[in-house]
Ligand binder design. Sequence first.
Ligand code: NAD
Length: 467
Amino acid sequence: MMADRYLAFANRPVGRFLTGRLGLPQPRPLLRHAEGQPAVIGPVLAGAAPGGRLAEAVVATLAGTPAAMLFEGDAADWPGLAARHGVMAARFLPGQSGRAGSAVFDATGIADPAGLDALYTFFHHCVREIAPDGRIVVLGAPPETCADADARVAQRALEGFTRSLGKEARRNIAVQLVRVAADADAAALDSTLRFFLSRRSAYVSGQVVHVAAPVVDLPEAAPRAHRGRRVLVTGAARGIGAAIAEAFAREGAKVVALDVPQAGADLLSLAQRLGGSRLALDITDPASDAAILEDAATHGGYDVVVHNAGITRDRTIARMSRAEWDQVMQVNLLAPLRITEALLGAGALGPNGRIVGVSSIAGIAGNLGQTNYAATKAGVIGMVDALAPRLAARGATINAVAPGFIETRMTAAIPFAIREAGRRMNAMGAGRPAGRCRRDHPLARRAAQRRGQRQHRPRLRPEPAGR
Ligand code: NAD
């Protein structure tokens, strides 16, 4: 990990004082999920606008976790739902209940702009009662599916509200909007909600996510959910790829780590550490297809393929050489397309298989000096859109992830000033180290100890009869 000296400075008393006075960013060390931690940061404060349809889905998600529930308002029958799902619940009493670890607000019932008032009522009272490092999720309906113009306006308004709340909440609290299609059931929402209410989503904030009815079997919610699955990760020798491989191995997968032959030593030590295997191949070489297919045929195919290998060759288009353009195209886009076709053609992707393309925020927003890179990363999203229906027909899925600024050797090559801007301008104000759990960072440890002494201890009171 590259040293983040600004983060360390801003968290010393003198640094906190100076950055505060100068109006500079004040990032805090981010707490990330580690094995054995609860899936959801509790207690979870639940609220709803009248007419919402997702209260039961929220309570059902909590039922699978040790998190207790606090509830605000009477728009849903929270006590009845909690009793039905065996969730410990109590009415939220601001200033008395103790702080909540996270909050979920069901806004699907907001049917006109006047109804947005429900957001004000809930968050005005509650936002200060969410503990640092907490999570907030607003649940809405896809605006394009709303029955009338009023509802469409109101549901679209949730996006501006949520993104702004994400910027306001500070204290490492992440805020997301999840739009849930009318035909998506509780099971469809479950994994998304659990992710956004956990420390797995440490760096994600201000996102708008769409949950539709599942087209394939849903993954089990259990920890080590990847047990026994074979997972091919390209570019796995270091950086994000190594972190992806480690995450899959932690959850029980058999990882096949692929990288260029020059990265052979790192690849070998990773594969040994994870109890997996390795493929030393350059993916731009069409001959690599045969080696991948042979590995798949020998071991029964792959359940998951992560196209992570990627390179940058940054230069403005007028100064960019053809080689710089070509190399980026070859590694980031043409190779994943070719390998995916080869795998599908050979039937090497298992039933209920998963393909993930690593795109980039640059592929969405563009970047100075990255016409080649951004074209390939937007192309990865195109690959996903184009192949999704074909894969769904065989019970498989394909998705892209678009990371922001992740501290790896790739970002170490960025000039200092641009790197600092990247660190401070992302959602949580700090660069994310690939694969290192920030709980282990001394600052994070101290902060967690301090917070643990003060927070996450809700005082649950029984719900008074008749309320
Ligand atoms: P990195 O440079 O640290 O690692 C990339 C890995 O890919 C290396 O191990 C490299 O050897 C391997 N690789 C490159 N060319 C290859 C080839 N022809 N065949 C096989 N392996 C090859 O980069 P990273 O930061 O870990 O990036 C991983 C992915 O994430 C890339 O696709 C990148 O575009 C994407 N990404 C990174 C960031 C970031 O901020 N670091 C942000 C968004 C997206």
